[in-house]
Design a protein around this ligand. Structure first.
Ligand code: NAP
Ligand code: ZN
Length: 346
């Protein structure tokens, strides 16, 4: 067993504290990673606060992990000591079901093993990236391209893939009008990636406060959803809307912005159910869909795409003592645009 230093939370709305956790000995295909940076995703906050259901505390969140391989099991073939690697939201899956076999492990019929808050194949609870080390089977480890620094690589492992995957699946590209609702961690990545894919991107934020940043990230247009005229001006405009908002929205208002056959894809995951008036969909053959992170193969593809197009998140690096403050700031939408923990401070 390895001992890792970590930051854990003992219950909803409790402060983070320093602790030590155990990481398993390396199995034949396991990789030991010395974590350098760990992003703070809004999902960490939903989970730590118990909003999504029961949590096994103490909980060490973190599923935007970037680090360096420091040891490998005897049969590991994909990685060697010193490689720069990442780990995202899942660390294992059954590997045998239809979805796993086609590389969509996030939709594993048995349920994927989440990086934290899950139970691994040894029956042990999983703990995430707010820690100095993690052991992961090599198939769930990603290679970080040389031209992406580790601090900015971390958020790609969740915010990057969660937006890349639906943009890819729903064919964002030249000639497509894509709107991104909410410009936080996921939203700002969606803008950059959709722009790089060649789509015409519009940001729908509550205010115009972040407009300059949005245009710099690659948006052509930027509107405030707090202004009623926005919904009149943009009615029927978009082929695809990616909703990254972490809270309940008036979905019908956003459906009205879709063109014929347009799709609104929710990646935002508020605890509260969203309500839908089906007439908002029926009228223009619109679709309402959801999307969960992305598979391992697609996550590698996203990392390589970001490397090729020089796409990295805009981040604020914090020390481990600032996690509570960072959570408060994320909840206040005072984040530009991702907090990343410098794990050396744990
Ligand atoms: P974030 O950085 O907090 O961004 C969320 C953005 O939503 C905010 O910046 C804000 O944008 C907008 N927003 C927040 N509260 C709002 C409200 N009450 N009404 C309207 N807009 C509001 O969060 P994130 O890390 O990007 O995560 C976003 C959501 O995606 C979370 O629910 C998270 O759990 C979920 N998520 C899902 C997946 C998946 O696989 N599907 C993966 C990761 C995260 P403006 O200031 O621009 O209005
Ligand atoms: Zn996440």
């Amino acid at each position: 067993m390895y001992t890792a230093k970590a930051r854990a939370v003992d219950g909803p709305h409790q402060p983070f504290h320093a602790t030590e956790i155990k990481r398993r000995n390396l199995d034949s295909h396991d990789v030991l990673i010395e974590i350098k940076y760990s992003g703070i995703c809004h999902s960490d906050i939903h989970t730590a606060h118990g909003e999504w259901g029961e949590v096994n505390y103490p909980l060490v969140p973190g599923h935007e992990i970037a680090g360096v391989v420091s040891d490998v099991g005897p049969e590991v073939t994909k990685y060697k000591v010193g490689d720069r690697v990442g780990v995202g939201c899942m660390v294992d899956s059954c590997g045998e079901c239809e979805n796993c076999r086609r590389g969509e492990e996030q939709y594993c019929h048995q349920g994927n093993v989440q990086t934290y808050g899950g139970v691994d194949k040894y029956g042990e609870p999983t703990q995430g990236g707010y820690s100095t080390h993690i052991v992961v089977t090599e198939d769930f480890v990603l290679r970080i391209p040389d031209n992406i620094e580790l601090d900015v690589a971390a958020p790609l492992l969740c915010a990057g893939i969660t937006t890349y995957s639906p943009l890819n699946h729903w064919n964002a590209g030249p000639g497509k009008k894509v709107a991104v609702v909410g410009m936080g961690g996921l939203g700002h990545m969606a803008v950059k990636i959709a722009h790089a894919m060649g789509a015409e991107v519009t940001v729908l934020s509550r205010t115009l406060n972040k407009k300059e940043d949005g245009l710099e990230f690659g948006a052509e247009n930027y509107y405030a959803t707090s202004e009623k005229e926005t919904f009149e001006t943009l009615a029927g405009s978009f082929d695809l809307i990616i909703n990254t908002v972490s809270a309940k929205l008036d979905m019908d208002a956003y459906f009205s912005l879709l063109n014929l056959d347009g799709s609104l894809v929710n990646v935002g995951a508020p605890a509260e159910p969203l309500s839908v008036n089906v007439f908002s969909l029926i009228g223009h053959r619109r679709s309402f869909a959801g999307s969960l992170i992305g598979g391992i193969r697609e996550t590698q593809e996203m990392l390589d795409f970001c490397a090729e197009h020089n796409i990295v998140p805009k981040i604020e690096v914090i020390s481990a003592d600032q996690i509570d403050e960072a959570y408060t700031r994320v909840l206040d939408s005072d984040v530009k645009y991702r907090f990343v923990i410098d794990v050396s401070t744990i």
